[in-house]
Design a protein around this ligand. Sequence first.
Ligand SMILES: Cc1ncc(COP(=O)(O)O)c(C=O)c1O
Length: 402
Amino acid sequence: MKISNRTANFQYAIRDVLTVAAEVEAQGHKLIKLNIGDPIKYHFKTPKLLTEPLKYAEDENYNFYADSQGILEFREAIASYENRKHKVGVTADKVVVTAGVSEGIQMTFMSFTNPGDQVLIPGIHYPSYSGNATIFDVDPQYYKTVVSDCFYPDSDHIRSLMNEKTKMVILNTPNNPTGSVYPEKVIKEIVDIVGEYDACIISDETYDELLLDEGLKHTATATIAKDVPVITYNGFSKVFLAPGWRLGYAYLQDPDNKISDPWDGLNKLTRLRLCASTPLQKAGTEALKADQSTYLPETIKTLKERRDLMYNRLENMEGISVYKPEAAFYIFPVLDLEQFTWKSDKEFVFDFLRKKHVLTVFGSGFGPFGENGFRMVYLPTLEKIEEAMNKLEDLLNENRMK
Ligand SMILES: Cc1ncc(COP(=O)(O)O)c(C=O)c1O
C-alpha cells in the first residue's frame, strides 16, 4: 500500500535532522545539541507551582474524561490570566483547551480552511504552520521576514499577497526561530490590512513572557485588533517549562461574529479527541493562579546570560549576519555563502554535525526566507555554548573560500 500524498509531502526539519544525528552518534561521537526548543532537555526544571498541584489532582481523582472544550474552572483561570497579563478582555466561553498549541494550530487549519484556500505564513516560521498547510492542501504564501529588518513581518509584502482566497494570516510574536518581538506599529499595520478582507489573524504568542531585555513589551494582537477577528494561542510548554505536558489553549476575539462558524467548528472538532488531559488541566488551573515570580525571573536571567554569550560570539564571526534575539531561546544566524565552500544551509548544517559534532537545524527548513540561515538554541550551559562557538569558528575558518 502507498503512503498518502499528504503524508509523503509533509516535512518537519527540526526532527528530520535527527536521523543523521543518530548516525553520527552511532559512530561513537558525543554531540552538542543545539537543535531543540525543550528547556527540560537542558536541565531547566518544571516549576513547583505546576508539579505540586498535579499530585493533588491525582489524589482528588481528577482522572475522568473532562469537557471537550476544557474544564470550566481551567478556562476561567486562563481567561483571567490572559486578562491580567494583556488586558485582552477574554471570557471562559471563548477559550478552548488543547493538547499543546500544536493541536490548536492543527484544529484551526481543519476548521477554517478548504483545499486551495490561502494562508499567509511568516517567511521564516515554526514548521507546524507549513506542515499543516501541506496536510490540509492549503496554499501557503510566505511573507518576507529578513535579518536586516530584525525579522519583522514586511507589511507591504503581506498586502501584496492578500486576496479573496486568504483565510488566515499567521503572526508569531515573540518569534521562533528568530527571537524577534514584533513592535505594536507593525502589528497594527497588519491588522488594518487583514481588516480589509474576509480573513482572520492567528496569533501564536507561546513565548509572550520570555522577554529578555529591560523595557521590552509584548503586544498581544487581540489588544490591537478591535474589529478584526483574532485567535490567540498559548500554552504551558515554554513559559511554564512543561513541554511534555502537552497543554495549551486558544482564545477568540471576534466582536462582530465574523468567524463564529469556523470557531464553533473548531470547538466541535475537540470532541473527536474527547478531551485534553484532565489532571493536567486541574494542575494548570492552580498554576495560573500562582505567583510566577518564584521561577520566571531566574529563568529569564539564565536565558539572557546564555543569549548574550552566543550572540557576542556570533557577532564577531566573519561571514555571518546575526540579529540579537529579544525573547524565547532561539537564534537564527545567516551565512554569506559566497564566502564559504558550502552551497546551501543544509550542506553547512550536516558538515557542522559530521565534522564538529554540533547539531543545529538548517534555515530552509523554516521556510523560503530561511535559506542560508540556521537555528540554534541557547539553552545549554555557558561552557557548552562556548565550546560549540569555538567549533563553529574553526569550521568557518576551515571552509572559507581562498
Ligand atoms: C511558535 C511555537 N508555537 C507552537 C509550538 C508548539 O507548542 P506546544 O508544545 O504547546 O504544542 C512551538 C514549539 O516549539 C513554537 O515554537
